[in-house]
Design a protein around this ligand. Structure first.
Ligand code: URA
Length: 245
């Protein structure tokens, strides 16, 4: 298998210290900014903040003595029921991309939190909040991703054990984290992985002498694909879904 490791886009997850925002936008010295913060005149999203070093991202509104210094951008979190045939990319010269399925007003600023292959279907999450999407996809955080998989050959007991032990990926020179493979019928199974490496499930089945014929993502962390969404439809995440445990 020829593998080119795909490195995720470097999302903007920049933050700035509160005192710096104040001195940059308000035209005061850093010392004066610290004094204003310590005096309780500065609010972050409506709450007084006395922490000069608080890291502020672009989604927070900062005010000093009631005057807004930074307007927080609106954060967007969407789930899409991805149909087959759409590329998980923001733009492409050859293939249609999932962005074409999203409201043009929203799509400008969005990125994909955990891609699916072009032929794969199901839960795809899009957001403009880079720090949030990092938590959703970071292998270290070990959020489960659940897939329904159809294979060309029946799933073997050996494959269940191999998935549980972890499978050696020569290209990256690593062993995948233990994964759960639950057969549902001879050629259908549910797979839970805790990372999201390039073509991970296809490569894991390939390593056991099998081949994936279809792959559908049902869940990422506590976010489950809404069964009322037809392929190609999307909806905003609820506030509950946005909270990542
Ligand atoms: N693993 C794959 O092989 N493909 C996907 O789209 C997702 C996980």
């Amino acid at each position: 298998m020829g593998i080119t490791e795909k490195v995720g886009k470097d999302y903007n997850i920049a933050t700035m210290k509160l005192s710096r925002i104040l001195s940059n936008q308000n035209g005061v010295s850093r010392k004066r900014a610290n004094a204003l913060i310590a005096a309780g005149t500065v609010t972050v999203d409506g709450c007084i903040c006395r922490e000069t070093a608080r890291e502020i991202d672009r989604f927070s509104t900062v005010a000093c003595n009631g005057r807004v210094i930074q307007h927080g951008d609106q954060a967007h979190y969407l789930m899409l029921n991805k149909p087959a045939g759409y590329l998980s990319a923001t733009a492409d010269k050859v293939h249609k991309t999932v962005m074409e399925l999203i409201d043009p007003e929203l799509r400008k600023d969005l990125h994909i939190a955990g891609r699916l292959d072009r032929a794969s279907t199901g839960l795809l999450i899009l957001t403009n909040d880079g720090a949030w999407s990092r938590r959703l996809t970071e292998p270290r955080i070990k959020l489960p991703k659940v897939y329904r998989v159809t294979t060309v050959e029946p799933v073997s007991t050996n494959a269940i054990e191999r998935f549980a032990q972890g499978i050696w990926f020569e290209y990256e020179r690593l062993t995948t984290s233990p994964a759960r493979l639950e057969p549902l019928s001879a050629n259908e199974s549910r797979v839970t992985i805790y990372e999201g490496r390039y073509h991970q499930i296809k490569r894991m089945f390939h390593a056991t002498g099998n081949r994936v014929s279809s792959l559908h993502r049902e869940q990422m962390g506590a976010i489950t694909l809404d069964p009322t969404l037809e392929p190609g439809e999307s909806r905003p995440l609820t506030s509950r879904e946005i909270i990542l445990e």
